[in-house]
Write a protein that binds this ligand. Structure first.
Ligand code: ATP
Ligand code: MG
Ligand code: FE
Length: 355
């Protein structure tokens, strides 16, 4: 089956066509992403109104492009899938209305997809991953540990109690005078950092809940930066390294506990997978730490290619294909966008009650 996917939940406008074969494997036929980074970078973050307007002016062209590049004309598409939450309401509405219009006009099944489900299932598109597996989602808006038991079957084991990890990178970069997005800037600066100069606390270490917390760490960096002002290049690098080291240790501690919990419940005979997704998965220190932790615990480590870790429409099309193959509903044209939508909740929202 061939699915057209659309994604407009944040600051990427994206359209893709993905094919799912009967053996459960998949192939990306086209994958177009237009990042609005330049539009928002002057503001140091995403401006919702600008994002929505930009989606309006670019989405139909991107959908045409994705269809053309895939070689599958619209009449031969089997279903239309679109992100219906969580995310910025304005952008979600643009995507939903466009997808509904296409589905109605072309008389195709229609699927509203939870953006997080897109991230969660991407590993099954790129690698041969079987249920159950453990997902660490680390992006600009989310920091979650999720047990993926099946399509539409998730348990959220932990989340952040304050900032998302990518957000913490962005805020730390900002307070140190580095650019937006902050993650790559902090990682780059940390390369020339002096390892022992600053020591920061490791948030949530050994906490029995599987949650995360990063805002205290960011405040600790701010206080150290104020003490050291004016900041030299070297001091900035040293603070970036200290921040990245603490964050990495915290992730390692949380994931070690999650892998242990997974092992108690399912064992590791089947060589289960630890999957990472989200933009922060680009960070090499974090990636290496996760890889080591996974292999020591008897898990495979799966990190989809970076363009599929960050926001894209191929993951939305794929989630649609997986849901269609699982026999889940594909006719919810009354679906409303939801700004908040935990992964373990069903998509019950209908127009007018989409909060
Ligand atoms: P969401 O997908 O949750 O809606 P988003 O679109 O902001 O949010 P992504 O596009 O997946 O998230 O990722 C962007 C985030 O990843 C930014 O916060 C950015 O700073 C962070 N990031 C990117 N590269 C790195 C890196 N090398 N190290 C750390 N963080 C990084
Ligand atoms: Mg993004
Ligand atoms: Fe995302």
């Amino acid at each position: 089956i061939d699915i057209l996917g659309i994604e407009t939940s944040c600051d990427e406008t994206a359209a893709a066509v993905v094919r799912r074969f009967t053996d459960g494997s998949g192939e990306i036929l086209s994958d177009v992403v237009l990042s609005q980074l330049d539009l928002h970078s002057a503001f140091g973050g995403v401006v919702p109104e600008l994002a929505a307007r930009s989606h309006v002016s670019t989405l139909d062209r991107l959908v045409e492009q994705a269809l053309a590049e895939s070689g599958v004309p619209l009449p031969q598409i089997d279903a239309v899938a679109v992100t219906s939450g969580p995310g910025l309401i304005g952008g979600l509405m643009v995507g939903l209305m466009t997808a509904k219009a296409i589905a109605m006009a072309a008389n195709k099944p229609f699927l509203g997809i939870n953006h997080l489900e897109g991230h969660a299932l991407t590993a099954r598109l790129t690698d041969n991953v079987t249920f159950p597996y453990l997902l660490l989602l680390v992006s600009g808006g989310h920091t979650q540990i999720v047990l993926v038991k099946g399509v539409d079957d998730y348990e959220r084991w932990g989340t952040t109690i304050d900032d998302a990890l990518g957000e913490a990178f962005d805020k730390t970069a900002k307070l140190l005078g580095l650019g937006y997005p902050g993650g790559p800037a902090v990682e780059q600066a940390a390369l020339s950092g002096e390892p022992k100069r600053f020591r920061l606390p490791v948030p949530m270490r050994k906490d029995p809940r599987l949650d995360f917390s990063f805002s205290g760490l960011k405040t600790a960096v701010r206080q150290m930066a104020e003490q050291q002002a004016p900041l030299s290049q070297q001091t900035i690098a040293d603070l970036c390294l200290a921040f990245q080291t603490s964050v990495t240790a915290s992730i390692d501690d949380r994931i070690a506990m999650a892998l242990e919990r997974f092992t108690e419940r399912f064992g590791t005979e089947s060589k289960p997978a630890l999957v990472v997704a989200g933009g922060v998965a680009a960070n090499k220190a974090i990636r290496t730490t996760l890889e080591n932790r996974a292999s020591r615990a008897g898990f495979r480590f799966i990190a989809p290619p970076l363009n599929l870790c960050t926001d894209n429409a191929a993951m939305i099309a794929w989630a649609g294909a997986e849901r269609l193959a699982a026999g889940l509903p594909a006719d919810q044209l009354d679906l409303a966008p939801r700004s908040r939508w935990p992964l373990d909740q069903a998509a019950t929202a209908v127009l007018g009650h989409g909060k």
